[in-house]
Design a protein around this ligand. Structure first.
Ligand SMILES: C[S@@+](CC[C@H](N)C(=O)[O-])C[C@H]1O[C@@H](n2cnc3c(N)ncnc32)[C@H](O)[C@@H]1O
Length: 266
């Protein structure tokens, strides 16, 4: 996530000391000082809405500072912001360039977040594509149908988009050889933060289901805050041909995120 979330997130303490030049000064200060959702409230972020996470005792919080929006898990990490989304775009662009010429490409995205990965997917693919986006939190889908949706250009209004409100793990298990690409960005990497159950997605069982849900030569792309050699090896053991890429969060900041491109055999 080129997300403020990452900058706010304790997992990137070193990178968060690097300069960000094109962010308003007040926002830069918030970025460097904030560490959790409760800090948002203390440092001038205005809480504008909240919505429950199904099956969890916690909720998602939507904050605003100047013109930027940010989504946090209450008492947890920041999930996403409108400020920096180059790596969320890359999560879509890199695999979609490889599948654009396939016959009626089908893509599964989990989850929606602020819609940047969805928008980048739609930009890359032609009118014959089909894009299924699975989002766990119904209220977040509603935010994207309202003012939040404008930040990514309202991708839910695109006729190629199908929204599935629910767990992406359930959608993965439903069909075999169904997708040319599966783009996963539901946590901050291969460790659950939105909810513990997400950990299954990163196990050998979860990755095997993803492999089966892909068409031959289909690509599983997974976003992460940083590299993880053990996880890469797990992907390889399933039978994927794996490449790890480093991508920037934002043109002007030093954060480097990781994307794994895991390709099923042709
Ligand atoms: C970091 S955000 C995604 C950011 C997105 N790539 C973008 O461009 O804005 C993670 C999203 O995944 C959703 N999510 C978390 N667990 C999920 C699951 N098991 N199934 C579907 N969506 C999930 C969260 O509610 C949140 O909307």
């Amino acid at each position: 996530m080129g997300r403020i979330g990452l900058l706010l997130n304790q997992r990137f303490p070193i990178y968060s000391a690097l300069p960000i030049t094109n962010v308003p000064l007040l926002l830069q200060k918030q970025v460097f000082m904030s560490q959790s959702s409760s800090d948002h409230a203390m440092q001038g972020w205005e809480l504008i809405d909240s919505t429950p996470i199904p099956g969890q005792a916690t909720e998602l919080l939507l904050y605003k500072l100047n013109e930027e929006l940010s989504i946090s898990v209450r008492d947890g990490g920041v999930l996403m912001s409108t400020w920096a989304h180059l790596s969320e775009d890359a999560l879509a662009e890199i695999p979609c360039r490889k599948i654009v010429n396939r016959n009626q490409p089908r893509v599964l995205i989990g989850g929606l977040g602020m819609g940047f990965t969805l928008t980048a997917t739609l930009h890359c693919l032609d009118n014959n594509a089909e894009v299924v986006v699975a989002e766990l939190v119904p209220g977040l889908v509603e935010w994207n149908r309202g003012a939040l949706g404008e930040y990514a250009g309202n991708p839910l209004r695109d006729p190629r988009t199908q929204v599935r409100v629910g767990d992406v793990a359930k959608v993965l298990r439903e069909q075999r050889q169904a997708y040319d690409a599966i783009l996963l960005d539901v946590d901050n990497g291969p460790h659950a933060i939105t909810r513990k159950k997400n950990n299954w997605l990163y196990t050998s069982d979860g990755l095997t289901e993803a492999y089966r849900a892909l068409r031959p030569a289909g690509i599983l792309a997974i976003w992460s805050a940083g590299p993880d050699r053990e996880f890469m090896q797990r992907l390889q053991k399933i039978g994927f041909k794996v490449k790890q890429m480093r991508v920037r969060a934002h043109q002007n900041d030093g954060n480097l995120h990781a994307i794994w491109l895991a390709e099923r055999e042709p």
